[in-house]
Every structure is written in C-alpha cells, then in structure tokens.
Write a protein that binds this ligand. Structure first.
Ligand code: G4P
Length: 283
C-alpha cells in the first residue's frame, strides 16, 4: 500500500465524500483495532454530523481483547455504535445488520409513523487506506451483490448494494486521509504497515516497537526470542539476530534482518494480540 496525500488529493476525496454523505443515513467507519485513534481522521465527525454512526473496530483478531473492550466503551461513550470484528470472516457479519437497524431505529420509527414502509436504510463505508474497507464490503455484501441501478434523485453512477429489504450500501467506500501531524500517529501507522513511506526506517521502527513492548507487554519478547529485556534496545536486537540466525554474508549478525523480523512478527500477529494505544493516554 503506497499512498501519498497531497492537498489536491485530499480536497477531491473530501468533496466526493461530502456528496456521498448527503445520500446516506448511516456512516460505517472502519478503524484498525490495534490503533483505533491513529487510524481515524477526526474530520469524519464534521463530515458525518447529523448522520447515524457505527464504528467497526476491524482486525480485532490481531488486537488485545481487553484493550478492544476499553476502546469499545470509549467510542460508545462518545455516542457511536461499535462492533469489533475480523472482516475476513463471514460469520462476523451476522450481527452487523442488527446493529445497523438499531443505530437507525429513530429514522425507521419516523418513517413508520409517516406511513413510509420498506424504505431501506442507506449506509456507506469510510476509513483510511488499508483498514479493510474492501474486505468488509465483500464479506458483508457476500452474494447479495445484486446492484441496484441509478435511481431518480440519486447521483448518476452511484451503485447501491441491496443487502436486505432494510439495508442498502454504497458500493464504493469513502477514503479518509490519515492525520499525520502528530509524529506518534505516523509511527503507529508505519508499525501496522499502513504506510509504505515510513516516517522511520525499519531499524528505527523496530527500536520503537521493542521499547513499547517492553513497557506495555513485558515478558513477550523474552518468551518469543529468548532475550533479556533489561538490556539496551540495540543489544536486544543483536541478541534476536543471533538467536534467530539472522546473519549476512561472512556470518555477520544482520541487525536489519532481525529488526524486520520483529516488525513482521508483530504485523502478522505472531508476537501475540497487541494494541498500540489505550484510550485517554497521551502517548
Ligand atoms: P482497504 O479497502 O481499507 O484499503 O483495505 P483492504 O480491504 O484492501 O484490506 C487491507 C488488508 O487488510 C488486506 O490484506 C486484508 O486481507 C487485510 N484485512 C482486512 N480485514 C482484516 C481483518 O479483520 N483482520 C486481518 N488480520 N486482516 C484484515 P493484504 O495483505 O493487503 O492482502 P491479503 O493478505 O488479503 O492478500
């Protein structure tokens, strides 16, 4: 995933979303459960004001369950409906329609009182790149991909996926741009592999990850790589390189290979279920 945002790009994406949002009742916002704040662009709150809101904490299979619960409460307190899920598995989808209906129940009730029947709730998926928007749409829509045509009053070219009698989904997700102003946001997005143009190189990323793991998940590195966590971070990486036979030509210890190994193990979940941020922390 390689993306570079520049003002023209952002303005276009934002304008498109402003148009699309007019057509819907509910914003389904995907965030990455390992970095639920860093993977949000708070501008969505302005763009999506007056809309019903559902936050999907995706990639929950890779995140720390306890922290996912804390984040779920955090978002609920902010007035969002929240579901944590693994968008790749179809069985996570069963509950989504129920939650969508629940989130939009005021509108459904209002329609009912006015005698309007069978007007589906309309939703769109939004999120920064790589959070799993396409995966979610595919899993959720499944075989229900029968697309509805253009309708009077609906912007030309918009395709809706009819999920049931009660829910229609816009088939293209809205792309939000990550908010990089803060160094730590860039770091977290680089760690989860969302940005190719990392703000730091792999060696530096590994140092930051190891620092974080030692303080937030003590024992985890020593268990996986048989290293002494109280040492200097550089020494820890050298120890990992030795234990994991990360050597380059001439049997020299390959520091960068060990750094990349730690990052890969984290991204693929081999290091365990890890969440990089907790609600209301200044980190
Ligand atoms: P996007 O539209 O928001 O840009 O994201 P997309 O669906 O393309 O998903 C980005 C990557 O995240 C994909 O992996 C996808 O399989 C993975 N993914 C999506 N949802 C989940 C989830 O809930 N859990 C986990 N563990 N992974 C998820 P990829 O490496 O780009 O492709 P591939 O491995 O599927 O081939």
């Amino acid at each position: 995933m390689n993306f570079q945002w520049y003002p023209g790009h952002m303005t276009k994406a934002k304008r498109q979303m402003q148009e699309d949002i007019k057509l819907i009742d509910l914003v389904i916002e995907l965030v990455d459960a390992r970095v639920p704040l860093a993977s949000r662009n708070p501008d969505i709150d302005e763009l999506g004001k007056n809309k019903y809101r559902l936050i999907l904490m995706n990639k929950a299979d890779l995140a720390d369950k306890e922290k996912t619960k804390q984040w779920s409460s955090y978002f609920k307190e902010m007035g969002f409906f929240v579901v944590s899920l693994d968008a790749r598995t179809k069985n996570s989808m069963k509950s989504i329609t129920d939650i969508v209906m629940e989130a939009c129940k005021e509108k459904i009730e209002r329609d009912r009182k006015r005698g309007i029947k069978n007007r589906p709730v309309r939703a769109m998926v939004v999120g920064i790149p790589n959070v799993g928007k396409s995966t979610f749409i595919n899993s959720y829509a499944g075989k229900a991909c029968a697309k509805t045509g253009n309708k009077p009053g609906v912007t030309k070219g918009k395709q809706w996926i009819r999920l049931s009698k009660s829910v229609e989904l816009l088939d293209t997700p809205g792309i939000l741009w990550p908010k990089f102003e803060d160094q730590s946001v860039g770091l977290k997005l680089a760690l989860i592999g969302s940005i190719k143009d990392e703000i730091l190189n792999v060696d530096e990323l590994a140092v930051e990850l190891i620092k974080f793991l030692i303080s937030s998940y003590p024992g985890l590195l020593s268990e996986r790589y048989d290293v002494n966590e109280s040492g200097d971070i550089t020494d820890i990486i050298i120890e990992i390189a030795k234990n994991r036979k990360c050597v380059s030509k001439g049997a020299e210890v390959d520091y960068s290979k060990a750094a990349a190994l730690v990052i890969d193990d984290f991204r693929s979940g081999k290091l365990g279920k890890i969440t990089l941020e907790i609600p209301n922390s200044q980190e």
